[in-house]
Design a protein around this ligand. Structure first.
Ligand code: 5MM
Length: 337
């Protein structure tokens, strides 16, 4: 493990006023959740056009410090046959790669999911480093269902053990691990439950990282904000989201963590931006030794994709919307909305 490489990656990724675009949807998610809703067929070429819209736009480097790609995209090019990785390298945007192979239904923990993809990961990481990736992302999924007693500590622990092993392999390959134990916002739980579950999950994840000797200083946490379940009937108030999220993080993560980035989790673009801004404000109020920024997928992509609708003549208008969202997220990252 060469710590100067990891430090350089983290410093670039956590540059104030910039964030990380998560455009790492696996083919199934890209086809069903991104392209189908705008009436576009899921083909390799249409996925390439979707990625081009976001990756090959003049000026996106003003607001993006990094992007997370999917394997297919890492090997694709723009319409002029310039590889996306070269476009990103020219802009000094750090390249990340999703390396998990999806959250699968667990036999051991009914109703819960365990993320697959550890087999052969060491070799895959070495190959991705050669292709230019400097960070890698692994997503575990934690479901809240209080009626069924979910999540169980057993499933959280199992996912945490796997996250720790993945992080260890990343460091071995000089790649910064972006660990993403996503606590889903889907459900009827109130915000206090979301705070408890997210805090418990992060505590267990960092216990397992520590047990494996993974130094949190060289790790980026990708986490959910603390928000009420989408079927809870509880109003989402940005100030409360900011205060609760910062409190939860201060209680659950190591002070020396490399950085914290937030997923949007199904919030609207506006909600995610406002909540990010409230978190930045609250970090000043409560004090927070860690750096944070955004790593949204849906909250950046969906309005842009709707404007694009798969038509070349809509690219300019869609990219105007894109840059506007990035600009607002970059302001929100500094609490300047
Ligand atoms: C939770 O999903 C991650 C963040 O996206 P949102 O901001 O929309 O919540 C995202 O990086 C996710 O991991 C990718 O979209 C890949 O998803 P799949 O379902 O293909 O693993």
């Amino acid at each position: 493990m060469q710590t100067p490489i990891l430090i350089e990656t983290i410093e670039k990724m956590m540059t104030p006023g910039k964030g990380v675009l998560a455009i790492d949807e696996s083919n199934g998610t890209a086809d069903k959740k991104r392209l189908a809703p705008i009436g576009v067929n899921g083909t390799p070429e249409n996925r390439r056009r979707f990625r081009e819209l976001f990756l090959d736009m003049d000026g996106n480097e003003t607001f993006l410090s990094g992007v997370i790609l999917y394997d297919e995209t890492l090997k694709q090019s723009n319409s002029d046959e310039k590889p996306f990785v070269d476009i990103l390298a020219d802009k000094d945007i750090v390249i990340g790669i999703k390396v998990d192979e999806g959250a699968k239904d667990s036999d051991e923990f009914p109703g819960e999911k365990i993320t697959a993809g550890i087999d052969g990961l060491d070799e895959r990481l070495a190959g991705y480093y050669e292709l230019g990736a400097r960070f890698a992302k692994w997503r575990a999924v934690i479901t809240i269902d209080t009626d069924s007693g979910l999540p169980t500590d057993g499933a959280i622990r199992k996912n945490a053990e796997i996250l720790a092993r993945y992080a260890e392999l990343c460091h071995k390959n000089n790649i910064v691990p972006m660990i993403e134990p996503e606590v889903l916002l889907q459900g009827s739980h109130k915000m206090d439950i979301a705070e408890q579950v997210t805090g418990r999950t992060l505590t267990i994840v960092f216990e397992e990282l520590d047990r494996r000797g993974v130094d949190a200083k060289y790790v980026i946490l990708k986490t959910s904000m603390v928000v009420p379940g989408d079927a809870s009937g509880e109003l989402m108030e940005s100030e409360k989201v900011g205060a609760t999220t910062v409190r939860m993080l201060n209680n659950s993560i190591p002070q020396n963590i490399g950085g914290v980035v937030f997923l949007s989790g199904g919030q609207t673009s506006e909600q995610a931006t406002e909540n990010l801004d409230a978190i930045a404000d609250e970090m000043q109020v409560q004090g927070a030794p860690w750096m944070m920024t955004f790593s949204f997928s849906r909250a950046i992509e969906m309005p842009v994709l709707e404007a694009w609708a798969g038509k070349d003549e809509n690219v300019a208008e869609a990219q105007e919307i894109y840059v506007d969202i990035l600009k607002r997220d970059a302001w929100a990252q500094r609490g300047m909305l």
